[in-house]
Ligand binder design. Structure first.
Ligand code: ZN
Ligand code: ZN
Length: 261
């Protein structure tokens, strides 16, 4: 037997073994939810949902990201203790050995539901792009309706009756007893005035009309308002500017959760 044949036989065996392993993992019982995009089956296999990204509970540098707990709670409600059916895409595992999958509970498409309800952002990593257009469409709806993490919150300076974006630099100069977090409705009801520096907008503009200037980070694929503290940290070579939110989103960028562009 020549060398090539041996190699071929070995590759064929590896492929079949791999396929059998995958077939087995296509259904499973959920034992534990780690965060809004990752869970563990009773077998111990970790599953990372494809095409979405939820705020992390244990970010290496940021700690708990805003809405991390809510996102985890939402995924728990959808799948905890239930049987899931898993669908795979082109790449089956990530570098951490997690199985990359689309998950279904009955007729509910879990990845899509997390985006639709506003508890996860779209994050497309080629080659796993099968449902990216559906996810982007659902994300637009969630943003426009301000569901989940897209809900706008502001900080009111009670002593002056002025409201700010949570990222406004002036907030540092206000005593904490005068600062109150509020939603748009409460601000309208109380007739508070917008800050001249951060120029907060109470309702999100329709995506097509939301003109302004935004900056994207080519490596994280997030985009920001120009005055966002995170935007200022983007290195020159990773910067990409957009004039509309839609332009950024069409190119696969997701809005920053701090400045909510
Ligand atoms: Zn301000
Ligand atoms: Zn930002």
């Amino acid at each position: 037997m020549d060398k090539r044949r041996i190699i071929f036989a070995f590759i064929a065996f590896a492929l079949v073994a791999g396929l059998i392993a995958l077939q087995k993992s296509l259904k499973g019982d959920v034992a534990r939810v780690i965060d809004g995009d990752t869970f563990v089956l009773k077998t111990g296999q970790h599953i990372r949902l494809i095409g979405i990204n939820a705020p992390e509970l244990h970010h290496p540098t940021l700690g708990e990201e805003p809405y991390g707990r809510e996102a985890k709670g939402h995924l728990e409600k959808l799948i905890m203790g239930k049987k899931v059916r898993l669908e795979l895409d082109v790449q089956t595992h990530d570098k951490y050995g997690r199985l990359l999958a689309y998950a279904y509970v009955g007729k509910i498409f879990v990845n899509a539901k997390m985006v639709e309800d506003g508890y996860a952002q779209v994050m497309t990593i080629p080659p796993n792009v099968k449902y990216q257009h559906l996810f982007l469409k659902l994300q637009r709806e969630a943003m426009e309706k301000e569901r989940g993490l897209w809900e706008r919150r502001f900080v009111v300076d009670k002593s002056k009756g002025i409201y700010h974006l949570p990222s406004c630099p002036l907030l540092k100069t206000i005593a904490s007893k005068n600062k109150v977090e509020m939603r748009a409705k409460e601000i309208t009801d109380n007739k508070y005035k917008p800050c001249d520096v951060c120029k907060p907008i109470l309702s999100s503009p329709p995506l097509e009309k939301g003109k302004g200037e935004y900056v994207g980070n080519k490596s994280s694929k997030k985009f920001h308002r120009l005055d966002c503290p995170w935007a200022k940290k983007i290195s020159e070579k990773n910067r990409l500017y957009f004039t509309t939110r839609e332009e950024a989103i069409k190119q696969g960028y997701t809005p920053c959760l701090v400045c909510k562009p």
